[in-house]
Design a protein around this ligand. Structure first.
Ligand SMILES: O=P(O)(O)OC[C@H]1O[C@H](OP(=O)(O)OP(=O)(O)O)[C@H](O)[C@@H]1O
Ligand SMILES: Nc1ncnc2[nH]cnc12
Length: 185
């Protein structure tokens, strides 16, 4: 679901959207790259984005905020600290030193993989997955599977940007995806 659908008048969303740079043909021809690094240069818009997520999740009994490497690491820890949850990094292969579980997922070309420390999350914990952007949803699906394999309940996924590839479905593996803004062209 889109945050903008809940309150069209929320002026914070417009400023957040405006602060995200769109870079045509990066990293390859035809891709309109949504660059959240420019949002980070605007402390008010950056904080507003984090605050919207904090307000949404603070009373949902969430004990795990799982952030997806790399850009989920930018937003996840602040949200986790504010709501009193732990932050669990979901990393690309061979980065975590402990015992891990892995989930492969399909990209436009080839595959990639996410890993999670098996001891980071306990059965029954309530989790939110954070990333900057959802396109095909493959990355978020892998994250949901990792958390469910250790017995966590994934309450929702949250992203700043949702690409039209989602086709308005806004659900992944039956889980809702909360999205702040649509991409600018
Ligand atoms: O919905 P999907 O089609 O799975 O795509 C979304 C993912 O793509 C981007 O990460 P990327 O794989 O480029 O990795 P990076 O953040 O490490 O550059 C983005 O940050 C998401 O994690
Ligand atoms: N258009 C896009 N911009 C930024 N990150 C992405 N990941 C997948 N598609 C993307």
């Amino acid at each position: 679901m889109f945050a903008s659908g809940e309150d069209e008048r929320d002026p914070r969303l417009q400023a957040i959207s405006a602060a995200i740079r769109v870079v045509p043909h990066f990293p390859k021809p035809g891709i309109m790259f949504q660059d959240i690094t420019t949002l980070l240069l605007h402390p008010k818009a950056f904080k507003d984005a984090v605050d919207i997520f904090i307000d949404r999740y603070r009373d949902m009994k969430i004990s795990v905020v799982a952030g997806i490497e790399a850009r989920g690491f930018i937003f996840g820890p602040s949200i986790a600290l504010a709501i009193g949850a732990k932050f669990v990094p979901l990393r690309k292969p061979r980065k975590l030193p402990g015992r891990v579980i892995s989930e492969e997922y399909v990209l436009e070309y080839g595959t990639d993989c996410l890993e999670m420390d098996v001891e980071a999350v306990q059965p029954g914990e309530r989790a939110v997955v954070i990333d900057d952007l959802v396109a095909t949803g493959g990355t978020l699906c892998a994250a949901i599977k990792l958390l469910e394999r250790v017995g966590a309940e994934v309450v929702e996924c949250a992203c700043l940007i949702g690409l039209p590839e989602l086709k308005g479905e806004c659900k992944l593996n039956g889980k809702p995806v909360y999205i702040l803004v649509e991409p600018r062209q």
